[in-house]
Write a new protein. Structure first.
Length: 255
């Protein structure tokens, strides 16, 4: 009977800790960092590696607290010691950028690999890009593609963009694959992929061989004007809107 009572107490305590973590995570997501800190601090002190990661992140960025890199790294190391993939991905990023810690590409790659082995898509992306560019590892496009293709584009849209870039640099036979990769990334919200896709379509537009490319190319120009912060006159915007509308009608009635 005493064992059952002890079990129920421990079980109730575990549920309480979980509820506190969920409350803290919700507060963090809603940018209520002071509230998140109140929930995470006791959990982190009790050894919760997830809470330790969040504490590290908030101290390293000054979210809800005065920025304190030393304390942030202390919490991050505690989470790392428990093999938490988010902590590994974050520390790998810090090593790769030389932020807070001295730049060390070997350590960054090692941590990215450990996190990627646990399915961390951010680490997989950074590792794939490292193999693509040859940062910290010998350049290996096959390995880069292998990693990037495993990443759901809706989670990491940039993965589709880098795949498209790799396909475009390998050979002309990969253009269709590049277009599909850019399309997926653009649909997931990656604006640079939209520009890359538009540049491919632009060649067809100049030859008047692909009417479906017209709206994409027009949007590319609007995006480029926006990126350069150029002063778009009302007349220019109106002309672009008219051209886009006309091209859409042409596509609809010629399809």
């Amino acid at each position: 009977m005493r064992k059952l009572a002890l079990f129920l107490i421990v079980l109730g305590f575990s549920f309480s800790l979980h509820a506190d973590f969920v409350t803290g995570e919700r507060a963090f997501s809603n940018k209520r960092y002071s509230e998140a800190l109140q929930q995470f601090r006791p959990l982190a002190e009790a050894g919760d590696f997830r809470a330790q990661y969040y504490m590290a992140y908030m101290y390293l960025n000054g979210y809800g607290v005065t920025r304190n890199d030393a304390l942030g790294l202390e919490y991050l190391q505690k989470s790392l010691d428990q093999n938490y993939h988010l902590a590994q991905a974050l520390m790998g990023f810090l090593y790769s950028r030389g932020e807070v810690v001295p730049a060390d590409y070997k350590k960054a790659i090692s941590l990215y690999q450990k996190a990627a082995d646990q399915g961390n898509t951010s680490a997989m992306l950074n590792l794939g890009v490292a193999y693509y560019l040859g940062d910290g590892v010998p350049r290996n496009l096959v390995r880069a593609v292998e990693l990037l293709e495993k990443i759901p584009v809706d989670q990491q849209p940039a993965a589709g963009r880098y795949l498209g870039d790799i396909y475009m640099t390998r050979n002309a036979e990969k253009v269709d694959q590049a277009i599909n990769a850019y399309r997926s990334a653009a649909a997931a919200g990656d604006l640079p992929s939209y520009v890359a896709l538009a540049e491919i379509y632009q060649k067809d537009l100049l030859l008047f061989t692909n009417l479906q490319s017209i709206p994409v190319v027009l949007r590319m120009y609007v995006f480029r004007f926006w990126r350069s912060r150029a002063d778009l006159s009302a007349e220019l915007i109106l002309r672009l809107v008219i051209l886009l509308s006309v091209s859409t009608l042409v596509i609809r009635y010629t399809a």
